[in-house]
Design a protein around this ligand. Structure first.
Ligand SMILES: [Zn+2]
Length: 160
């Protein structure tokens, strides 16, 4: 699927999590639907609480339910200013509105790990007495991980 074509002439998606990062349920208007094969689809809404994979955060997952359809969201992607929901679809979509629900357990874990990563960066920068650059972070596995620019932090002289 070409995301550029998919998002052509669509307005920017209102990202509801910027106003309330604890929001798990919302309703939104369907702006575009592209089916892929028999039971997969891409859906773009006017607003969403799904955080796309970006900024070191894994994709949110969850469901979108319309009057005669439901999408099990396995991936949400950001392209330019538009958020695209992708997953398994059941039923027929003929526009209208959907109720979205973000699976809270993984999302809350990513939120806490992401915040923890920033805290760790700050603490390392203080301990090493200089700016550090986070070059990578992975929050999707069983353990969070964050890598600083210095591979082997050394103790300050006053600590030894
Ligand atoms: Zn951040």
């Amino acid at each position: 699927m070409n995301l550029q074509d998919m998002t052509r002439s669509l307005p920017q998606t209102e990202r509801l999590y910027f106003k309330d990062s604890y929001l798990t349920k919302f309703s939104a208007k369907i702006l575009r639907v592209e089916r892929e094969g028999k039971n997969k689809a891409y859906i773009v809404l006017d607003a969403t609480a799904f955080h796309p994979k970006s900024g070191g955060q894994p994709t949110d997952t969850g469901t979108l339910r319309g009057q005669d359809c439901s999408l099990k969201v396995t991936k949400s992607m950001g392209f330019r200013d538009v958020v695209i929901h992708y997953g398994m679809i059941e039923g027929e979509v003929d526009g209208g509105t959907v109720t979205g629900e973000v699976y809270w357990e993984p999302r809350y874990l990513y939120m806490r790990r992401h915040t923890g990563g920033h805290l760790l960066d700050h603490c390392l920068a203080s301990l090493l007495e200089g700016p550090i650059e986070t070059t990578d972070s992975w929050l999707g596995g069983s353990r969070g991980r964050s890598e600083g620019e210095r591979d082997h932090p050394t103790r300050r002289k006053s600590d030894s």
